[in-house]
Design a protein around this ligand. Structure first.
Ligand code: NDP
Ligand code: 8X3
Length: 262
């Protein structure tokens, strides 16, 4: 906790699921931090900010900020829109991401292709480009933590664009780590397997019965499980890089290797 104390941590996609849990877990582990919560749903972020502040007895400072990572102009102006004493970011958690549909190639709506690529890939790249100068300005220190997926390692039918987007995250992350090898900037990737969040609800356009069917008979991870790992990675000694972590629930061993209770 002492290692995290005083840090400013920016989490994208903090309004739901894994990102929301990461925010809560950072504050619980080390209340004396500053959290920037970013996503499109500003009202939800404001509620989360209030509850984190209350739970930490006012120790954690929390700034909810509307951000659409898929919009380059929105990302470009992001740092300058922050109050000055919030700009010295130490940790960037690139968590914002989504999947749309299960259509096969040839039938995928152009809009779905664009939103997945512009959020999961270009959004993550643009955020990283905005933050790196801040890390370099303090002598090459800071953490970039990218949320990938098992889907980036094991492509599946009906997931071509999403899987490609997460494979791109993986490749980008590895190039970045090599580029920064002479610095103290840590580049960390955490790849979850199945986690129960709003992820499947978004995939099926809000159809709850379809989303629930994904988790039927399974015992998925909770967003807290992933949050604990992200916060653990950020809290290691500066010379320790949890470079690449794949996380499954115990009944999963791949995208398709999923044991279901019958
Ligand atoms: P949720 O749908 O619960 O959360 C996704 C978050 O991303 C929301 O806070 C959403 O906020 C935000 N988001 C989406 N689009 C944008 C955007 N354009 N700009 C800013 N924020 C955005 O899903 P998860 O918590 O499961 O997903 C988090 C990450 O984990 C994603 O990258 C996902 O690919 C990855 N992942 C999830 C797995 C799972 O099984 N759930 C497994 C492996 C990886 P808002 O709508 O307010 O913008
Ligand atoms: C989410 C994992 O298998 O639903 O990243 O695509 S999967």
């Amino acid at each position: 906790a002492a290692r995290l104390g005083g840090k400013t941590i920016l989490i994208t996609g903090a309004s739901s699921g894994i990102g929301r849990s990461i925010a809560i877990e950072f504050s619980r582990t080390s209340p004396d931090i500053k959290l920037i919560l970013a996503a499109r749903r500003e009202e939800t972020l404001k509620e989360l900010a209030q509850s984190i502040k209350a739970e930490s007895g006012g120790q954690t400072k929390v700034l909810p900020v509307r951000l659409d990572v898929s919009s380059p102009s929105n990302v470009n102006g992001f740092i300058n829109r922050l109050p000055e004493d919030w700009r010295d970011i130490d940790v960037l958690v690139n968590n914002a991401g989504l999947v749309k549909g299960v259509d096969k190639v040839g039938e995928i709506a152009e809009e779905d292709i664009n939103i997945m690529m512009s959020t999961n890939v270009t959004g993550l790249i643009n955020m990283t480009q905005k933050i790196l100068p801040i890390f370099h300005a303090r002598g090459g220190r800071g953490d970039v933590i990218n949320v990938g997926s098992v889907a980036g390692r094991e492509p599946y039918a009906g997931g071509s664009i999403y899987c490609a987007s997460k494979a791109a995250v993986r490749s980008f992350t590895e190039s970045l780590r090599r580029e920064l090898i002479a610095t103290r900037i840590r580049v960390i990737e955490v790849d979850p397997g199945q986690v129960e969040t709003e992820f499947s609800l978004v995939r099926f356009g809000g159809d709850k019965s379809k989303a629930d069917a994904i988790y039927a008979g399974c015992e998925p991870l909770t967003p807290e499980d992933i949050a604990e790992i992200v916060v653990f990675a950020a809290g290691r000694r500066e010379n320790v890089v949890l470079a690449d972590t794949l996380v499954y629930p115990s009944h999963q061993a791949g995208v398709s290797a999923m044991h279901r209770r019958t």
